[in-house]
Design a protein around this ligand. Structure first.
Ligand SMILES: O=P(O)(O)OC[C@H]1O[C@](O)(CO)[C@@H](O)[C@@H]1O
Length: 435
């Protein structure tokens, strides 16, 4: 990926960062890079994620996937949540086309949605991909139990079409061993939100026939750019700029890819950024946006609302053309000489310029096309940017203790034990206004 931070400079935007401040910040980047490099070399928890391009065994993934797929495989149903689903969904949503098996992600426990999803599947030709590092995530286990029961009630042997990716121990590991299911390991030291380039993120892509090695080659190429300077490393340029802009008031970061196929990528980025950096009352709020669509939804706020936002554009250099037919509508006749790709590109450039003209900071991330190599580079680049930002913030990038409170409250509310958090739920302060 390439990065253009020109529209984040204080000569263009407020908040913005001066070139002199970037130069000073580059000294901190150099120090942070040394820490990151040491963590990678030692395979330390979290930093180990940046070693995945050279660690992930794609042959092992393909062998396991081959045990549950066949020429008639019509769908891969992934049961997982957070980092155990979003990386995989980013990859298949970006790369799948109409000829590929449908990639579906059960990462919520909405009963109506889940039932409607299961009702429309041909279970005989569906691969069940269960993913959980801990193996104890309530949503994943609950969904798996419901899906398994659905297979059984349909008389379809779920054990013949289920693959499990999980940690060394826990209920899912035991299930895989008990039923001799093909299983893969969640790599040690890799938090879920950083695991897209491991079996966690690659099994669904393998079922859909995508080139795992090209994904990892793209990530490896991005890893090669990690140097001690933000002026030489696109990932560090992005991580350092977002940190600096947050420190100057850009408390929100709207991730706005100009490609429908990258909409899920923005959702993946939101977990990566929020769960990694949202600690000690610090962290920049990620917003999921989509170009051109949100030019008709959120752009008004980005351009004329509070000066507390950075907009990150992801633009794809090579897009399909698809000519726009001529029209006799006078005001729109200019469209007849263009393609939809031309319109998408023009709208991106116009929106980028409109923010700059209003002094609103924005950064451009460029990828050549949406294919395995480029996507692998984008995922890796954002992970490295996030690790750098975490070093600059001085937070524990790789843990997520704040999510445990609600889990305990949920467990208590469902009779899974005595938890003070559950009692706190009952003590809610109310001021109800009812119809
Ligand atoms: O892979 P697991 O253990 O099911 O966790 C799923 C997700 O839940 C979290 O642990 C947050 O609760 C995320 O960090 C993780 O991606």
């Amino acid at each position: 990926m390439n990065v253009d931070i020109g529209n984040a400079l204080s000569a263009v935007a407020a908040p913005g960062i001066s070139r002199a401040a970037l130069e000073r910040l580059d000294e901190q980047v150099a120090t942070a890079h040394e820490r990151i490099e040491a963590g990678m070399e030692a395979g330390e928890h979290g930093y180990a994620a940046l070693n995945l391009p050279n660690r992930t065994d794609t042959d092992e993934i393909r062998v396991a996937v081959d045990r549950v797929t066949g020429p008639d495989t019509s769908a891969v149903l992934t049961v997982g949540i957070g980092g155990s689903a979003l990386g995989a969904a980013t990859i298949t949503d970006a790369l799948n086309d109409a000829d590929d098996p449908e990639a579906i992600y059960l990462d919520n426990v909405d009963p109506d949605w889940l039932s409607a999803t299961l009702d429309r599947l041909d279970l005989e030709t569906t691969v069940l991909n269960v993913v959980s590092r801990s193996g104890t995530t309530a949503e994943t286990l609950a969904n798996f139990l419901v899906v398994r029961e659905t297979f059984e009630e349909a008389g379809v042997d779920w054990t013949e079409r289920t693959i499990v990716t999980t940690g060394d121990g826990g209920p899912l590991r035991e299930l895989a061993e008990r039923h001799n299911l093909p299983s893969l390991a969640v790599p040690d030291g890799v938090p879920g939100r950083f695991s897209a380039l491991s079996a966690v993120g690659l099994v669904a892509a393998a079922v859909c026939g995508h080139d795992l090695d090209a994904l990892l080659r793209g990530a490896a190429a991005e890893a090669e750019t990690l140097t001690g300077s933000l002026f030489e490393c696109p990932a560090y340029a992005y991580g350092a700029t977002t940190y600096a802009l947050d420190a100057r008031g850009a408390r929100t970061n709207a991730m706005m890819p100009y490609a429908e196929s990258l909409e899920t990528y923005a959702e993946w980025f939101a977990q990566l950024w929020a769960e990694s950096l949202g600690k000690d009352d610090l962290g920049q709020t990620p917003v999921r946006a989509l170009g051109v669509t949100d030019q008709h939804s959120q752009l008004q706020l980005y351009r004329a609302g509070p000066r507390d936002k950075l907009v990150t554009f992801v633009t794809v250099q090579e897009t399909a053309a698809r000519p726009i037919p001529d029209t006799d509508v006078d005001d729109l006749s200019y469209l007849g000489d263009a393609s939809l790709g031309d319109l998408l590109d023009a709208e991106f450039e116009a929106t980028e310029a409109s923010l700059a003209a209003a002094g609103r900071p924005n950064v451009r991330i460029e990828i050549d096309r949406v294919d395995e190599f480029e996507l692998g580079g984008l995922l890796y680049g954002m992970e490295a940017a996030c690790v750098l930002a975490g070093e600059l913030y001085g937070v524990n990038t790789f843990e997520q203790p704040a999510v445990e409170w609600a889990k305990k409250a949920t467990r208590g509310l469902l009779g899974g034990g005595e938890f003070a958090e559950a009692e706190a739920v009952a003590e809610k302060t109310e001021l109800r206004v009812e119809r």
